[in-house]
Every structure is written in C-alpha cells, then in structure tokens.
Write a protein that binds this ligand. Structure first.
Ligand code: ARG
Ligand code: ZN
Length: 885
C-alpha cells in the first residue's frame, strides 16, 4: 500500500517506558516486553494498534490481566485499551537464524545482531514502531555464556549475573527516550579495543570497538576516527558526548554501511575494519567518514529525531553534511579540503543526478512510498546534504552555527520535521538571504529533479560593465509536471583573460565586496551587472559547487583553459578539466566520429601533470576522465557501448600522448615513508596508480612488456593494499595475460580476508569491458565457491559492480545482462528484499537507452514485475520503472 506524507496523524497512544527481556536462542528467541502506555489525549479515542511481523505471539496482558485482541495483517489490535495510563505486557518469539533479510534480530557469524531502522523493531516484538513514539528502554539479555560472552544493548550497563545451565545475563538502561528504530542488541563472541577519554566538558567516557577475535588490530583507525569525531563535534557545534559509554560493533552481514543506535553503533565490517595490508586509502577515508557520520547522528537523529519517515533527510541530509564538513576539517590544508569537495560532488553527480532524472526521482522529502527502505537514497542523503550546505552558504558559517544552536534549544528530545529545521536556521538569521525567501528555498524539499542553470555574460567595453544573465529551468520528473523557480546560491568570481582576479562591484552597491560573492538566483531569470570591469572577464561560477544544479555557462575551451590554470577556486579548476574532456567525449558520441584528443587539451593536461605547485591528489582528479555514468547523464539517448568506446579512446590517447610524463609522475610519486592514510600520501598513491594504469595500457597496446612487468612486480611486492590493488587493477584492465596469475595469487593470499575477497570479485566485475570478456567472467564468478547472495557485501561485489558500475559490460546487444539481472534480483528477493530492491535499481534509467537496449530492458523489467511473489521493495522499484516508460 502507498503511504502518503499528507496522511500523517499522531499516534493514538504513547509508550513511555519499555522493559525488554530476551532469552536468546538462534532458533527461537523469547521476547518479553513490559510497557507503560498512555492514551494521546490530543487525538480521538481509538483502538491500540501495534505493529508486528514474522512473530509468534504468546500472550497479551493489560494491567496484569489477559485482554481480548485480534491480529490483522501486520497489526495486533486491542479495541478496549483503558483510558487511564496502563501497563501492557507482551510475550512473543522470533526466529533469528531464519532471518536472512537482516532486518530485526538476526544471526551472523554465530552471534546475534539487530537492525531496526526503519521498521525492523516490529520483527522483534509488537510495538508502536514509528519514530514519533519515544520511550525509555531497559533491556535484559540472557544467553549461553560460552557462545555469547558479550551481551550489549543501548545506554549504561546496570548489572551482570551468572545463571543456571551455563547462561548469563546483562541488564542495560538507556536514560534517553528514543524511537524503536534506535534500539539495538548484540550477543556474540567478540573482543574490544577500549579507550578512555575526558572531553572538554570534563566528563569521562569509555569508548569501545567490538569485533571478532583476530580483527582487533584492524580497529585502530576506527577508534582514532571516533575520538576525532567527538572532539570535532564539541569544537565546531558545541555538541558533547552525552553517554558514559559509547560502543561500536562490527558485523559481516549488514545491509548498509552502519547504524547509529543510541550508544551502540553497529557497523558493516567494510565500514569499520582497516589495516594497510587489507584496506585501501579510499577505505580508510570511508571508514573515517562513516564512523563520524554515525557518531554525529547522536545529536542529529537521536537527540532530535524524525517525526515520520518522510522527514528522513532531516537527520540524514544534515548528518551527511556534518560528516562532509568533518572530513574537510580533518584534511586541513586548503588543497586537501578541495579534494574532499571534488570527491563528494563527483559522487553526487554520478549517482544522485541519474536518480533525479530516472524512474525513482523523488524530492528530498518524499511525498509517498510503498517501502521506506527504498528511500534511503542518494537524494535523501547526498542531495539532502547539499540542501543543508546551501543554508550555510546563505547565512554564513557563523549564522549556520547559530541556527543549529537554536534548533537544539527548541527541539532537543523531540521528533520533528524538516520545516522545524528550516525555521530554526532562518529564525536565528533574521534578514538573511535565507530568511527573506524561506518559503521559496523550501522548494528544495518538495521538487524533485536537478535544476538547470544557464549563464551568459555580455561585456560592454565602452561602459566597462559586465552583465551576467542567469536563467533556471526545472525539468519535469515523474509525478511533477510543472515546477516553480528555486533558490540557487551561485558563488562566483571574475577573472581577466590573463587570469587575474577582478574585484566585484555590483551596480547599485556602494563598494566592491572583495573578489568572491554569492549571487542568489530565485527567479526564472535574473541579471547581475558588474561595473568597473576593465576588460572582458571570464566568469567562474558555482564555485565549490554552491548548488546541486547542472550549469551551462557556455564557456569556450579558451575560457575553460583560463579557469583551469588560474581560478582561485580549486573546485572550478578541476571542473574545467572535466568539462574539457567531457566536451570532446560528447562531441564524438553525438557525431559518431572517432574521438581525437587535440593538442590544446593534451597540452593542458600535460601542464597540470607537470605543475610542481599542484598536489598529486588534485592532479589525479583532474586527469581522471569523466565516468561513463556522468557522460550518459549529458545525453538524451544513451548508447552505453558508444560512450564506452569514446571514453576508452580518450583513455588510450591520454596514455599515449603523455607517456613520458606518466612515467615521470609515477617515479615522482613513490611513497617511501611508512604507510599513513594521510591526504598527501593518499594523493601520491592515487596519482602513481593512475600513472601506472596509463603506462600499462599504453605499453600493452604497443606490445611492450616493460611496464606490465613492472606492474606485476609492484603487485607482488606491495606492502599496502592501495598499491597492490592499483597494480592489479592496471593489469586486469589492460593486460589479460598477466592479470590471470595476479588474480590467482591475490585470491590465494587473501582467501581468509572476506573484505579483500569482496575486492577481488568487484575488481573483476568492474573491469573495462572488452568484447564481452568481463561479462563472461562475472557469469563464471557467480558459480565461484566463495560467492553467495546471502552476504550483502559479497552479493554487491559482483551484482552491483556489474549492473550499476560497469555499463558497457551490463548493457549488451544480446540482452544477456538484463537476463542475468532479472534472474539475480528474483533470487535475491527470496533472501533479502532490501538488497534486492537496491540491485533492482540498475534499470532506473532504461527509458533513455538507445535500441536495442531499451526494448530488451523493458522486457526484463516486465518479466520481474509479472511475478506474483515479489517483496514490496522490488515491486515498488520495478513498477515505478515500468510507469516511467
Ligand atoms: N541510519 C543509517 C545511516 O545512515 C542507515 C540505516 C539504513 N537502514 C535501512 N533500513 N535502509 O547511518
Ligand atoms: Zn545516517
């Protein structure tokens, strides 16, 4: 059934406290829940309706007496609940070891774990499983002591005790009222890294990271990231840790990255464990940001939570914004901050933009859903974060901090909406560019789709004025035909043709206001006139990607080259490099002509590569060609094979034309010092890896064995995963013969490291397609003894890699990719609907495909949709896909 935002009604009852007892057993766990319930006087009297799924109900008592009830679908209904406060006791069982959906209480690696967001708690016991019902939890866990020596739940440990039959008990109490989605328990054989800290506020805390025996030495980075997050949140936003004990637990079977359960964060091991030998620089960075993300939720999500799931971005957009800011502050150096921003924007444009122009396009605050799990999306998270960033751009950093302060003053302990957040930021900044247009600004929450901004400048030499005309267009998306203009902050500067920075004097304003400013576009079309402009300028617009829009600035190659060399904004320098490449790739794809990289482009790239002033990390980003998904985004009709051919041709030519410079860059960026995942070292390794892949590609094409040989040697001798995987990837993408022994060796070396085996699968499934070899390889790997659909990381390593990250291998003229997709989505749906829903989304953009892909894709989607026994998760995705065509 479709759930609508406008249908929200407050609950008829509140649950104020809950006392849970678990008798843990993999086959049949007994749950006893004692609740204090109170009628909500603000709504009309009605029955008490509790959510419950996959449960076996044993008894229901009100004030100690049995009571009549009925079960309807996924509800337990008590018609005659008392008017006065009452106690409700429920006993039920559930079957953790049969729970392959990884939602609710499940087993993994011989232990018990929970995942309750969004609606998993109802798979543990009957409850008002909605985020606006907040209760104080006391939890008693009883389990076999030998098998489950560690028993954890939210909050503070009250007592432990030995029981008969080798069982033991632990009792936990969380003093903070919370919604059920933040409940968690863990019972397993784990070990922990511990650290005691004293925060600025002078309070002592115990931090613990729990993992399986043997993984302890891989937790140092996570612990350091946690400490840094605590320090940062206190310094930047004045938000302290509010619990005596903060625990983080790793689990190998987990649907997402991690979960912010109060005081007991549970992590996918892929987002927690790192050692130089097994994790790449990118893994280290991802772990730092996810540890921070979950910790930051303690305030933005837990202390102030969401009234209903339509408000998900209230906590997710804000918390992603906070983790992005944290990563930038950790990077420290201005150039390293820019690298963070570029990476975030690249991810946004390659994943969220396609979402916003496809079948699943939805506003940051969705209007309806069938399955809420389908809305943990790049739009809610990453676009939501961009919306929060625009608040900060419009009111300034201090203004934003004042707004956050007011938000917590007003709403601590409450379940609120995105409107409450908007009001707090605006009210703390009266008269600001935000407050004066708040209602218009809030269209970012209600309108889906990526706005398009066109910018054209005209220079009047006689008057020495430069007129910048900005227009916005908001294209129709499914269910939203007509849209209104949005508030688009355009951070900008002007450069002379020689690359000098120009002062910005807007007509009608008293004095120039420096060399960078924010223009606020809030109409369909607006003109901004700059005076005292001595020569025709080059505009640098949307600096730092100040709004999540598609910008057409109409700049010529010559103008882009000025920006690439001279712009004060590193983001826009990078953007110029990408636009120069994109223009050429698009030209080839549109005309069907073979791509030829011209001297102007190649010289510019050579200059970047040789520039002694630029960081290696920046060079690597500037010299990396736009991804195939981003290229596809620019086109009305998408032929994945043609795009792949053009990008590959660009690759080969960039490798050949800059061969000597690649070799020099490779040598110059060898890290001799001990491994550190720092911005400087990571940048050097990234550039060395890119250089090596170019050198192997170029050499292989010329039948030269030297660089492939060196790559193999580096692969063998590497002392860290970043270099080892970089070298392996260079071989897998270009040199079939050496790739084979390297892959075998890699598997043999790491067969006991699940997270590395995931990389081994993913690397092969993401390999540059070459006449169908990659696809054939994936089909083989589906039969590999190490492959399983039951573990989400493993399933994703093959299926998401192929279907979502390797368009040329997936979109085949013979439709074999779609056949595989349909088959695997259905298999997965029987095991883990949430994950199946994710993989199903590979077909989101089928309507823009060229023939024969389009017709074949439609047929595959229709075949899945025709199955009677689909989960809500998959059904919603495939039905929306069909409806978009
Ligand atoms: N709140 C978690 C996070 O972003 C993600 C939980 C996702 N759960 C889900 N069922 N989709 O940190
Ligand atoms: Zn989150």
């Amino acid at each position: 059934a479709l759930i609508r935002r406008e249908d929200y009604v407050a609950p008829a009852y509140w649950i104020r406290t809950v006392d849970l007892t678990f008798d843990l057993d993999p086959a049949k766990t007994l749950v006893t829940s004692k609740m204090k319930v109170e009628r909500n006087a603000a709504v009309p009297h009605g029955p008490l309706r509790l959510h419950g799924e996959e449960l076996n109900l044993l008894r229901v008592l009100i004030n100690g007496e049995s009571v009549s009830f009925r079960q309807e679908g996924h509800e337990l209904i008590i018609e005659s609940a008392p008017d006065a406060d009452f106690s409700l006791e429920i006993r039920n069982t559930c079957a953790p070891e049969k729970n392959s959906s990884l939602s609710g209480l499940y087993t993994s690696g011989g232990g018990f774990f929970t995942q309750c967001e969004a609606e998993g708690f109802r798979r543990i016991t009957y409850f008002l499983d909605r985020p606006d019902v907040m209760a104080v939890y006391t939890v008693t866990l009883r389990a076999d002591k030998a098998k489950y020596p560690v028993l954890l739940s939210n909050g503070n440990l009250l007592e432990t005790a030995e029981l008969d039959n080798g069982r033991h008990l632990a009792k936990w109490h969380d003093p903070f009222p919370k919604p059920s989605y933040l409940f968690a328990l863990v019972a397993a054989d784990l070990v922990s890294r511990e650290q005691r800290i004293r925060t600025r506020a002078g309070r002592d805390h115990l931090l613990q990271v729990y993992v399986r025996r043997g993984d302890l030495e891989k937790t140092e980075h996570a612990m350091n990231s946690l400490i840094a997050s605590i320090v940062w949140d206190e310094a930047r936003f004045g938000l302290p840790l509010d619990l005596e004990r903060f625990m983080v637990v790793g689990v190998s079977d987990f649907n997402m990255g991690a979960m912010e359960n109060k005081g007991l964060n549970i992590f996918n091991t892929s987002a927690l464990l790192a050692s130089p030998a097994t994790a790449t620089d990118a893994d280290f960075a991802r772990i730092e940001s996810i540890v921070a993300h979950e910790y930051f939720h303690n305030w933005t999500g837990n202390r102030v939570t969401c009234r209903d799931w339509f408000q998900l971005s209230l906590k997710e957009g804000l918390t992603v914004f906070r983790d992005q800011e944290f990563s930038m502050d950790m990077a420290a150096a201005p150039s390293a901050r820019a690298v963070c921003r570029i990476q975030d924007v690249r991810a946004l444009r390659s994943v969220q933009f396609p979402e916003d122009s496809g079948a699943m396009a939805h506003p940051v605050r969705p209007d309806s859903y069938v399955e809420i799990n389908n809305f943990y999306t790049p739009t809610v998270y990453e676009k939501g974060s961009e919306v929060v960033r625009m608040y900060q751009t419009l009111v300034g950093r201090q203004g934003f901090e004042a707004g956050m302060k007011l938000y917590f003053e007003r709403h601590d302990g409450q379940a609120v909406t995105c409107d409450d957040f908007a009001a707090a930021i605006a009210d703390a900044n009266p008269g600001s560019a935000l407050s004066t247009r708040l209602e218009t600004f809030k269209r970012w929450y209600s309108q889906s789709g990526t706005p398009r901004v066109q910018a054209r400048g005209s220079y009047d030499a006689a008057a020495q004025t430069y007129t910048l005309t900005l227009k916005q267009h908001n294209p129709a998306t499914p269910g939203q035909e007509h849209k209104l203009p949005q508030v688009i902050p355009v951070t900008m500067g002007l450069l002379s043709r020689e690359g000098q920075v120009l002062p910005l004097q807007l007509q009608g304003e008293a004095a120039p206001v420096g060399t960078e400013r924010v223009l606020v576009l809030d109409q369909a079309e607006q003109c901004f006139v700059f005076t005292g402009v001595a020569s025709e300028p080059v505009p640098s617009l949307l600096r730092g990607f100040s709004a999540p829009v598609i910008l057409d600035d109409g700049l010529t190659d010559a103008e882009l080259l000025v920006l690439l060399q001279h712009d004060a904004d590193a983001f826009n320098r990078w953007e110029a490099s990408q636009r120069l490449a994109l223009n050429r790739i698009l030209q080839a794809v549109r005309t069907g002509e073979t791509l030829v990289l011209d001297a102007a482009y190649l010289d510019a790239m050579r200059t970047v590569l040789r520039d002694p002033q630029l960081d290696a990390a920046f060079k690597e980003l500037a010299l990396t060609l736009p991804g195939e998904a981003y290229v596809a985004e620019q086109l009305e009709v998408v032929d994945p094979q043609e795009i792949h051919a053009a990008v590959e041709a660009a690759h080969v030519q960039l490798a050949a034309a800059l061969a000597d410079d690649w070799a020099a860059a490779y040598e110059a960026n060898q890290v001799k010092a001990g491994y550190e995942p720092s911005p400087v070292q990571s940048g050097q390794r990234a550039l060395a890896n890119l250089a090596l892949s170019m050198l192997v590609l170029h050499a292989t094409r010329n039948g030269d064995a030297v660089w492939p040989g060196r790559a193999y040697q580096r692969f063998k001798d590497a002392t860290n995963m970043t270099e080892r995987l970089g070298a392996l990837s260079a071989l897998v993408n270009a040199h079939a013969e050496l790739a084979e022994p390297a892959l075998q060796r890699f598997h043999a070396l790491f067969k006991h490291e699940a997270l590395v085996v995931d990389k081994w699968f993913a690397l092969q499934a993401r390999a540059a397609e070459d006449g169908g070899k990659t696809f054939a390889r994936v089909k083989q790997l589906l039969q590999h003894p190490d492959f399983t659909l039951k573990n989400p990381n493993r399933a994703r390593s093959l299926l998401a890699s192929l279907c979502m990250f390797n368009p040329a291998a997936f979109h085949r003229a013979d439709a074999a990719g779609y056949v595989l997709w349909a088959e695997q989505v259905q298999l997965l749906d029987g095991i883990n609907p949430q994950l199946a829903g994710r993989v199903a989304r590979a077909m989101d953009r089928w309507t823009v495909l060229a023939e024969p892909y389009r017709a074949a894709a439609r047929e595959a989607i229709a075949r899945v949709a025709a199955k009677p026994e689909l989960s809500n998760d998959v059904r919603e995705i495939v039905e929306r896909a069909l409806a978009s065509g």
